[in-house]
Structure formats: C-alpha cells, structure tokens
Design a protein around this ligand. Sequence first.
Ligand code: SAH
Ligand code: SF4
Length: 347
Amino acid sequence: MNEIVKKAEETHHLTKEEIISLLETTEFDQEIFDAADRVRHEYVGDDVHLRGLIEFSNICKQNCKYCGLRRENSNVDRYKIDKEQVVLLAEAARDFGYKTVVLQSGESNLYSLEDMIYIIKEIKKLGLALTLSIGEKTTEEYRAYREAGADRYLLRIETTDKDLYAQLDPGMSFENRVRCLRDLKELDYEVGTGSMVGLPGQTVESIADDILFFQDIDADMIGIGPFIPNPDTPLKEAAGGTFNFTRKVVAIVRLLLPYINIPATTAMEAIDPNGRILTLKSGANVVMPNVTDNIHKKEYLLYPGKICLNDEPSKCIGCISGKIKSIGRTVSSHAGMSKNKSKISKA
Ligand code: SAH
Ligand code: SF4
C-alpha cells in the first residue's frame, strides 16, 4: 500500500506536500477510495443520513461568476416562497420520513429577521433538525437564528485561493466569509463548509490548502462538488471539474477529517449517472434529496444538468433508499448530528 495513503488512514494527518502528491497522480486513486471507505465505516458507521433540501428562493444579490443564480443572470424566473409555504414544505418532508431539512436560497434580505425566526421556530416545532444555507449574514443574525433553534449552517468557502476568490466572487470578501465560519463555530452551530473542484485557475496546491483549511476550522461537515460551467454565466467556456478527481478530493477529506459528515453531492450525480453511490463508497455518509416542489425546483439552477427535475419529491426517498441499501448501507433513522464535536464515539 502507498505509504502516504497508509499514513493518512492511520494518523489522519498529512502535510501539504503529501496531499499534493496524492492529487498529482491517479496511480493510487483506488487505494485512496478504499481507505476512505474503511475510515468512514470505522468512524461514522454504515448509516446514510438523508437531508431534505428546500430551495426556498432563487433571488440573489451576489454575482458569483460560476453560479446560475447570480444577479446579472436575467434568464431566471425569480421566486420567493412564502414563509408559511416553506414550513409546509418542511412538514411534507417530515411526513416523507426526513429527520433534517436544509433551507437553501440565494443571498438576499427579502426575508426579514422576523420571517426567518418564524420559519425556524415553526420547523423546529415539527421535531426536525434544521440546517440553514442562506449565505453571509451578520454575527447578530447568526445568533438570532441559532437562538430560534437552527442546528447547522452550510457556507462553503468555495476556494481558499484568495486571488481566485477575489476573481470569482466580485464584491465579496474572503475575510468576511472566514469571519462568518468562525462566528458560526463560536455560536455552536454544526458548521458545514466546502469547495468546488475544477474552478478555472485552481491549482492542486490550492486544493491541498482547502483541505488543510477544513481541518483548521474544525468543520463538522464538508460538501465538495465539481464546478459545472453554467451557460448563463461568464464561466460558460470553462472546462469544469471531473468526476474522478473530485471523488478523490472527497476521499482525502474523509481520511483527514474522520468524524465529520460528508454528503455525496447532487453535483457529483449531475456529471456521473452513478455519482452519489460511488461517492458514498469512498468516504461520504450523507445524501441531500430535493424536496422543493417541481415548479420552483426547475428555476433553481446553480449549474446545468440538475438531477431529478421531473421526479416528485415524495418518490425521492424511496428511490435513493433503494440505492443505499443495494450497496449494503442503511438509511439512518435519526438526525445524524455530527460526531465531530465529541470525537469519541467511533461507530
Ligand atoms: N447562496 C448560498 C447558498 C446557495 S449556493 C451560498 O452561496 O452560500 C450553494 C452552492 O452551490 C455554492 O456554495 C457553490 O459551491 C455551489 N455552486 C454554485 N454554482 C455552481 C456551479 N456552477 N457548479 C457547481 N456548484 C456550484
Ligand atoms: Fe448567490 Fe450563492 Fe449563487 Fe453566489 S453561489 S450567486 S451567493 S446563490
């Protein structure tokens, strides 16, 4: 077995140079996938946690160059689902069997703090774990959501290459994004972050830095997906991330952060028909099926090739559960809170 893979599996620590050497060759990919699968089994077990994703608004004030929801994209029918309707979608998700819902949207101030607190409190009354993914907010807002009952927050750093970040996220600041993540950690959220793989100009050095950043910030969840060029954005001509390389980045993340939750992201399945299952077999332990109604789901296009656009949300849980069981894994019957905080309970 390759010595670096062995070291990663045994110690969960690698130097930047060691990570780069794994990223630079495909020679050890299968060994990396298998080692990540063993570490996943040992630390977080065979359960796969399902999170129902509600895309409650596609209105965004930001202009990220990679994203279909960027404000300068006029080819989008913008929507904002009423706060009562958001709660009804969460209730439907609970009735389908989900234990967690994730509320995701573009970044905007269209929902007042009171609206968000209403939504959070009503969803918590349903007995669900609640994740928010609504972008950069003030410390006070994050505190108010947490006090209202929000359990987790997802905010990808996207890339730790500051020059690349400045280029791809005009008008935004890398420092503020890190401030947000540190605030969320301080407020005792389960903190999810992550990155895209295959961004134009991204190097293996910066991907190694991304992985070390995830360790440094002590993330509880890491979501990684390929960058998929969107024809309605300035990056439409870019090459995009490849499946195997992105899968390897996910696997290395599992080796180095053994206790965390790692989703097999929808973007992985958008570029490979078996993408989520293969990712579950190399480190991941979470899947986030979409429970947004079919009308709105079609207008929430971060990237092209979004999966299950015509499938009824009520059917998704059966479909993905069947696939999960077919690889000998179990669908979790609980909320799957992060084991990262205690770091004691190996599965
Ligand atoms: N507005 C919030 C949440 C919605 S965007 C935020 O930005 O945090 C959710 C994620 O979609 C982003 O973090 C980004 O990593 C991903 N994304 C956006 N455009 C993408 C693309 N073209 N390919 C792959 N992932 C993309
Ligand atoms: Fe808006 Fe998020 Fe897309 Fe950036 S990535 S344009 S913040 S929805």
